[in-house]
Design a protein around this ligand. Structure first.
Ligand SMILES: *Cc1c(COP(=O)(O)O)cnc(C)c1O
Length: 430
């Protein structure tokens, strides 16, 4: 296919943009329980305005754009306050959770290199429920990674983490909350362990940070906890920013220095860059600043109450469906459930046919919901369809036909390498 030789007038182009999205997941009406965090058209309008206003500005040079320096500085200061930082706290805005985590792992590696020059093969220790961004970071940075099993409630224990530590360990990880089951790891115990063994501890609050920060009953999880050395939180999830916005914070600015990159030998000039990206979109920074300023503490508290109320209604409804069981005791905005005497993937495919998009999970087979303000009005309709889909699966009247069948099939494969080859084939085919 070649780029068409003549351009398209704007009207026709805009019509084509609408046409091309016809089969996309319908997030506006609350049919999607992942990927999209939509909090209404007013906020969407704020994001559009701010993103559009800074579309060409480049966060690579904060000297050229004091506007971005000002907004990034305020976002980081607000976040340092929300996540319990102190005078010495410093951080960066990044393009997302994966980049924030990549930076935290790189920082830990450089920190270890500076302190322990003899250490040849540094390793990070993470609960098995930690996000694959840690695996991607370890893979990319040439660092080893050890996965620690979690209990039946989905939480890792400090004892299990302790047993995985050896002389190569540089960093421990806990999640607040973890993606699969929405539960918060025991951060104070992990912090004690990190202090005792003189290790860094990163709290991944990418998913839960902007919920927990506005929930007065949240367990301790942030920089207030002794031993926590860094924390990541995604603005483009429950911060309701435009896609491409996250933060990584360090308890101490001295630690952040290990994150920064400089190259002084380039004919193109003296080069310094704080994160992975070179050019950093001004729009992402401006939109994140704008939505935080627009909502204020009040606005976030209202949205968190709304989301937690919807989550509680969904949990009660799911628990009441015969044959379904929630995993763990999550009480925030993420939940997962299994089916005792039916194929849970068949239920997922049936829900998909009915227009509901739930993530599929493994170990154990389960379906996953991420609850947002868009779901407040669909709880009853969702639960009615879920009860019907579950009854059909239990009666053996439906089976997994779509992606659920794929999940069912890979569960029987003997080793992870075969599963990973299949995932690569799938991506390669695109
Ligand atoms: C989403 C998520 C990440 C990764 O964030 P991206 O923005 O998708 O790169 C990391 N950790 C947790 C717990 C997440 O939910």
């Amino acid at each position: 296919m070649k780029l068409p030789s003549t351009g398209l007038p704007r009207d026709a182009l805009y019509a084509e943009l609408e046409a091309v999205r016809a089969k996309d997941a319908d997030w506006r009406r609350g049919r999607t329980f992942g990927l999209v965090y939509y909090a209404g058209d007013e906020i969407l309008d704020v994001l559009r305005h701010a993103y559009g206003a800074f579309i060409h500005e480049n966060g690579l040079s904060l000297d050229a754009f004091p506007s971005l320096k000002h907004m990034e500085g305020e976002v980081l200061a607000w976040c340092a306050d929300l996540f319990g930082g102190g005078e010495a706290t410093a951080g960066s805005m990044t393009s997302g959770g994966t980049e924030s985590i990549l930076m935290a792992v790189k920082t830990a590696r450089e920190h270890a290199r500076a302190r322990r020059p003899d250490l040849r093969d540094p390793v990070i220790v993470v609960p098995i429920t930690a996000h694959p961004a840690f695996d991607k970071a370890a893979h990319t940075l040439g660092v080893g990674i050890v996965h620690v099993d979690v209990g039946a409630d989905g939480r890792v224990t400090a004892e299990a983490m302790r047993a995985a530590i050896d002389e190569r360990t540089i960093l421990l990880v806990g999640s607040a909350y973890a993606f699969p089951h929405g539960v918060v790891d025991p951060i104070p115990e992990l912090g004690q362990l990190a202090l005792e063994r003189d290790l860094l501890l990163h709290v991944d609050a990418c998913l839960g940070g902007f919920v927990l920060a506005f929930d007065p009953t949240a367990p301790p999880y942030d920089l207030r906890v002794p031993g926590v050395s860094s924390l990541s939180a995604d603005l483009h999830k429950y911060g309701y920013a435009a896609k491409g916005a996250s933060i990584v914070l360090y308890r101490d600015k001295k630690l952040r220095r290990h994150q920064l990159f400089a190259y002084g030998g380039w004919p193109g000039g003296l080069y310094g860059s704080p994160t992975m990206a070179g050019t950093r979109p001004g729009g992402g920074i401006a939109a994140a600043w704008a939505v935080m300023r627009y909502l204020g503490r009040d606005g976030y508290e209202r949205l968190v109450r709304e989301v937690l109320d919807t989550s509680a209604r969904l949990r009660a409804g799911i628990a009441a469906v015969p044959g379904l069981a929630l995993i763990g005791d999550a009480r925030h905005s993420v939940m997962a459930f299994t089916a005792a005497d039916a194929d849970v993937y068949a239920i997922g495919d049936e829900m998909h046919r009915r227009g509901w998009h739930l993530d599929r999970q493994q170990k154990p087979p389960s379906l996953h919901l991420m609850v947002t303000p868009a779901h407040g009005t669909v709880v009853e309709a969702f639960l009615a369809d879920l009860a019907e889909a579950t009854a059909l699966a239990r009666a053996g009247k439906i089976e997994a036909m779509g992606p659920g069948a794929f999940y069912g099939a890979i569960a029987t494969l003997p080793d992870r390498g075969m599963v990973e080859d299949l995932i690569l084939d799938f991506m390669d085919a695109g």
